[in-house]
Design a binder for this molecule. Structure first.
Ligand SMILES: C[S@@+](CC[C@H](N)C(=O)[O-])C[C@H]1O[C@@H](n2cnc3c(N)ncnc32)[C@H](O)[C@@H]1O
Length: 244
């Protein structure tokens, strides 16, 4: 099975999650992140790797901020623009933000999107170029604790970053880490909830695509939960501020 980041696959996951989210914890995770890094009313926000748009919309609603979402996948962006017309979504690569002509932002959120980017330093370089002075970043994402075992499990791309990479790459690009919240246990719980929802809705989900597809997705997520339980994979919120 290829990755889950195509429009059709993200739509399938959104059905399971009960909203247009493609990160563990759905709205609970957004509330958690906002409790650590919240935009002041009127501040401008970038949702980097925004997916189907519900995260950007929730941030805009909860914080009263003006949010722009950027995602590589044009189909996803087209959907987000039609589904959440109060927000703006732009197709593009977050490592090449400068080419998109967006206004500078005060806060950048990345919900389970940087794990899919090989070049983490390029992400933080682009974030620096697209940010106002004293901008903040919140990265909510997987953490690779054992890259070899994770590659063997083959449930996520090899680009999932380690704790060391999450410290070094931003620092090299002028971002100071202001906090790390360990979410390993939360990720285990959220993946358990996800699998339970799959099982409760097996018939409808199988009918929406095919039962073979359902089984493949279920296996992938069960493997991810196993990696989380074994300490091969984890989750964390990293927060950064642009050093002055
Ligand atoms: C797992 S989904 C998460 C989507 C969304 N943040 C959410 O929480 O619902 C990862 C998203 O990151 C996007 N993505 C990956 N690499 C990207 C890049 N270099 N530039 C822009 N988007 C990227 C993918 O297209 C995908 O929609």
């Amino acid at each position: 099975m290829t990755g889950m980041n195509s429009f059709d696959n993200k739509s399938f996951l959104a059905r399971i999650r009960g909203g247009d989210f493609a990160h563990p914890g759905e709205e609970d995770a957004i509330d958690l992140v906002l409790s650590h890094v919240g935009p002041a009313p009127g501040e401008t926000v970038l949702d980097a790797g925004c997916g189907l748009g519900a995260t950007a919309d929730a941030i805009g609603r909860k914080a009263g901020a003006s949010v722009v979402g950027v995602d590589l996948d044009a189909d996803t962006v087209g959907y987000a623009n039609s589904r959440y017309p109060d927000r703006r979504f732009v197709a593009g690569d977050i490592t090449k933000l400068g080419e998109l002509g967006l206004p500078a932002v005060d806060v950048i959120y990345a919900f389970n999107s940087l794990y899919a980017c090989d070049d983490l330093e390029a992400c933080f370089a682009a974030f620096r170029e697209g940010a106002n002075a004293r901008a903040r970043i919140a990265v909510f994402d997987y953490i690779a604790y054992d890259a070899g075992a994770l590659a063997e499990a083959d449930c996520l791309p090899p680009s999932v970053h380690s704790m060391a990479e999450m410290r070094q790459a931003p620092e090299l690009q002028g971002w100071t880490c202001t906090g790390i919240v360990n979410l390993d246990q939360e990720y285990i719980g959220w993946y358990g909830r996800f699998l339970a929802r799959m099982d409760e809705n097996r018939e409808a989900l199988g009918a929406a695509r095919s039962s073979a597809f359902f089984d493949e997705v279920r296996k992938k997520y069960a493997d991810m939960r196993l990696c989380l339980e074994r300490g091969v994979l984890g989750g964390a919120l990293h927060t950064y501020v642009l050093a002055s």
